[in-house]
Write a protein that binds this ligand. Structure first.
Ligand code: HEC
Ligand code: HEC
Length: 441
């Protein structure tokens, strides 16, 4: 009943907007009711262990984790690029440079090697139960599911740690090809040998051995596995990138003055008539479920469809054709800084990424690839569009937004941005790493 009355107030406030020049700010009490109805509670930053974080930080920035010692996790998840890489689709091992200037490596036939999905940000991941655009790493009832199946290492702390076991196994991302190094020589299916090979590398380095021994109550070298490395990486990610000082997070923590009137109006739309919170709900701004929202496909694809250039998304994990083209709802903290957006990075403008929801079909049919770098322009997969639209989610499009409402939602997305972002490079990037390899790209 209370909710119904408040919704009436909300409708009144909105209709006022139509007649008056500019909206009055949405009342804070009403906003808090809407947040509560959507399960949005303040996030907490879990405690972390200093020695584990120190080890994880070294590993995250150290190219020793890549087969040819030419790329680190940070190359694709960089503090100066909001823990992503500023690219629609990334350039893995063998590439050169950082961010939008990074050059794609070439394969044996001189074709660019392009990573098939957009590199997501790593903000506020501590409470996640799924990882990757298709959720191929998941925690269900305390049990981990991953592409490694029964080969997954025991003793992993959380899905972030499970995730950290995989980039090092990917040839294009980090491991390398052919017989270019001792890790590349290992069969793709022998994940255990890859992880053991990495531990041989790390523990041969006295600084790493010391960091492992400081982080864990183990002294015997043989007792360490890559799970210890992965847990430390996860600990570092949680410690460094659980940023809870955005205006939105401060509002959630109780400060009504943290957000301005336009941001609040945008929040009311997001959780109200614009229906964004159907999916971007809860404390993570993601329900961690999978939807086909009609997004343009580009890049090499994931081996799906007639030419292998499609990406069936969640179906890759479940094998269920009903999951085709579905991707995990992305969380939106710091989304203003994490572009390009969507699973294949096709959208380079955040306002267009939001305005798209007004007319999904027009947006994908009239997709303009001209802002993309030439190498990617050539990969836009228009042939896939009809198939994508055929199974578009029934919730699409949500509700039409006026240009003013889109502005307000943009202001709300702005309120999800942490003012600490500019400090991350200075704070997170180590001057050197134990291997002595260059930290910069
Ligand atoms: C070549 C670029 C590249 C490198 C190197 C790389 N990543 Fe990623 N990362 C990606 C891409 C692309 C995805 C998304 C892949 C997908 O969803 O299928 C991703 C996904 C992730 C995710 C999942 C986030 C989420 O919420 O779904 C985490 C966490 C992550 N990477 C951490 C790491 C760590 C730790 C390392 C080093 C061990 C690393 N990455 C190395 C490109 C990279
Ligand atoms: C039916 C569920 C659903 C609804 C409703 C929805 N979204 Fe999304 N949103 C998604 C999914 C799923 C993606 C990723 C799609 C992909 O990449 O294929 C996404 C992507 C995004 C992105 C890009 C984020 C990134 O990191 O790449 C933004 C921004 C966004 N949505 C904002 C909104 C706003 C604003 C609304 C309301 C107008 C909204 N969404 C409504 C599910 C939804």
């Amino acid at each position: 009943m209370v909710v119904v009355q408040r919704m009436t107030v909300f409708a009144l406030v909105l209709s006022c907007c139509v007649f008056l020049a500019g909206c009055p700010p949405t009342p804070d009490g009403l906003l808090r009711t809407m947040l509560e109805a959507n399960g949005v509670v303040p996030l907490a930053k879990p405690p972390t262990n200093v020695a584990k974080v120190a080890l994880g930080r070294a590993l995250f920035f150290d190219k020793i984790l890549s087969g040819n010692e030419n790329i680190s996790c940070a190359t694709c998840h960089h503090p100066a690029l909001a823990t992503s890489d500023g690219l629609s689709l990334g350039a893995g091992e063998g590439g050169a440079g950082l961010g939008p200037l990074r050059v794609y490596p070439l394969d044996d036939e001189n074709n660019p090697v392009i990573i098939p999905r957009n590199a997501p940000d790593l903000f506020c991941r501590a409470d996640f139960r799924s990882m990757f655009w298709d959720g191929r790493v998941e925690e269900i009832d305390g049990q981990f599911f991953s592409p490694a199946g029964a080969n997954l290492l025991p003793g992993l702390d959380n899905v972030l740690a499970v995730q950290a076991c995989f980039p090092v196994t990917s040839r294009d991302e980090m491991r390398g090809h052919g017989d270019s190094n001792e890790l590349a020589e290992i069969e793709d299916t022998d994940l255990q040998a890859i992880w053991a090979g990495l531990m041989d590398r790390l523990l041969a380095n006295p600084t790493y051995l010391g960091l492992f021994q400081a982080a864990y109550p183990l002294k015997d070298e043989a007792a360490f596995t890559f799970a210890h490395a992965a847990n430390a990486i996860a600990e570092f990610e949680i410690k460094s990138w659980t940023l809870l000082d955005s205006p939105f997070d401060r509002f959630l923590a109780g400060d009504n003055t943290a957000m301005n009137a336009q941001q609040k109006n945008g929040m009311a739309l997001f959780y109200g008539t614009a229906r964004c919170a159907t999916c971007h709900s809860g404390p993570l701004l993601s329900d961690e479920l999978y939807y086909n929202t009609g997004v343009i496909q580009l890049g090499p694809g994931k081996g799906d469809g007639v030419d292998g250039k499609a990406d069936y998304g969640r179906e890759q994990v479940t094998g269920d054709p009903r999951d085709r083209y579905k991707f995990r709802t992305p969380p939106l903290r710091n989304v203003t800084a994490t572009g390009p957006w969507t699973h294949a990075g096709g959208l380079t403008n955040l306002r267009a990424t939001v305005a798209r929801y007004n007319n999904i079909r027009a947006a994908i049919n009239n997709y303009d690839e001209s802002p993309l770098p030439q190498i990617l322009e050539d990969t836009v997969n228009r042939a896939e569009t009809t198939n994508i639209l055929a199974s578009l989610d029934a919730r699409m499009p949500p509700n039409p937004m006026s240009p003013q409402e889109i502005d307000d939602i943009m202001a709300f997305l702005g309120a999800l941005t942490s003012p600490s972002l500019p400090q991350l490079p200075q704070r997170d990037i180590p001057a050197s790493v134990p291997s002595g390899l260059p930290v910069a790209d």
